[in-house]
Design a protein around this ligand. Structure first.
Ligand code: AQP
Length: 330
């Protein structure tokens, strides 16, 4: 039995990249008899400015999205990061092991800090250490993530090994699990950038809550190129991204899609893609909306998840405090 863990920031309405990169893999791993933990990393979300009212709504929305996508709270411990204070406690201890140079190399930090000068929060810089704490606290074996988070999971591995070497065997060294297709869906308005829920333009992403009209508008406006054929090629990231999305939704291979659109142009392809997306999103949205109508039901699930996670985290921190020498009784 493996312990599997993943998390998402409630920093906006989740998009199809989050769904295919992290939620769907977690749902499929749930059925294999593993021990799963899934949570909303609200303390990661506040590394950039958040409106408190919207943050509260986004936490509940993310919980509803997981459940609507097939997460079973009996099989998966579903909770909110801030409810288990051991995450931030362990992050502090790991902060004292990590080196400045390691964090300065993190590409997500560099991307997010770009152009923001001195106004970037220390939290954004330190984000990968809190993520390492999230993972190591639960003796996690596997972390299903999108491609963008691979470097952060590698840092968690390095910190686990460093801690174990210095203080004795304490942490399991986790492995990232990255799917072959869909691990990095690109922005619709710029296929050289990744799809991101906190992007300034809504044209960047396909939200899980977009309605039929919005989906069609965004897909029609999605950046492609002037070649006009439905073919995968490294030099054609725009159409490649759209083929990947269609492939994820229809479970057809990119090759089958290329064959089906032989001799057809972007107009037909984009109309079909928008239709398939709407057919995929509409039932998911109905389930999410039904769950959101019962906030006390959601809170009950999150309370239960928080106490289960807390019990595991408390046990781990007793060992960690002992190992580093801050516990005075033996
Ligand atoms: N474009 C993407 N394609 C595939 N997977 C993706 N993920 C994110 N973007 C894509 C995966 O979704 C999970 C949750 O991500 P996160 O909420 O922790 O933050 P992120 O990676 O920074 O994602 P966003 O959407 O870009 O959020 P913001 O804009 O708030 O930073 C992770 O497993 C991630 O890999």
């Amino acid at each position: 039995m493996s312990r599997i863990l993943t998390a998402l920031q409630p920093s906006g309405i989740l998009h199809i990249g989050n769904y295919f990169g992290a939620i769907e893999p977690m749902v499929s791993l749930q059925s294999a008899g593993n021990q799963n933990l899934l949570f909303m990393v609200d303390y990661h979300a506040i590394t950039v400015e958040q409106d408190p009212h919207t943050l509260r709504q986004n936490i509940l929305f993310a919980a509803a999205t997981y459940l609507a996508s097939g997460i079973d709270p009996e099989k998966t411990i579903l909770f909110q990061q801030s409810r288990v204070s051991e995450h931030t406690e362990l992050a502090w201890i790991l902060n004292c092991l990590v080196r400045m140079g390691e964090l300065e190399r993190m590409t997500q930090y560099k991307d997010k800090a770009l152009g923001k000068g001195q106004s970037v929060s220390v939290g954004l810089f330190d984000y990968p250490v809190l993520m390492a704490a999230d993972i190591l606290l639960y003796d996690t074996n596997i972390v299903p993530v999108g491609e963008d988070q691979k470097q952060h999971v590698e840092l968690a591995r390095d910190l686990a090994e460093r801690f174990n070497k210095k203080f004795g065997e304490t942490f399991v060294v986790p492995k990232p699990q990255i799917r072959k297709e869909g691990a990095r869906l690109m922005a619709l308005d710029d296929p050289h950038k990744k799809m991101s829920k906190s992007a300034t333009s809504e044209k960047n992403y396909l939200s899980l809550m977009d309605d039929e009209k919005t989906v069609l508008k965004k897909i029609k406006a999605a950046v492609t190129d002037s070649e006009g054929t439905i073919r995968l090629s490294p030099s054609r990231p725009g159409i490649g991204n759209l083929i990947t999305i269609l492939s994820l939704i229809t479970k057809k291979t990119p090759k089958e899609i290329e064959n089906a659109y032989e001799g057809k142009g972007y107009g037909d392809f984009k109309t079909d893609l928008a239709r398939e997306l709407t057919a995929f999103l509409t039932p998911l949205q109905s389930k999410i909306n039904a769950l959101l109508k019962d906030p006390s039901g959601l809170l009950k699930i999150l309370d239960n998840g928080a106490s289960r996670a807390k019990a595991m985290a408390e046990k781990k921190m007793i060992d960690v405090r002992q190992k580093i020498g801050v516990t005075l009784s033996s």
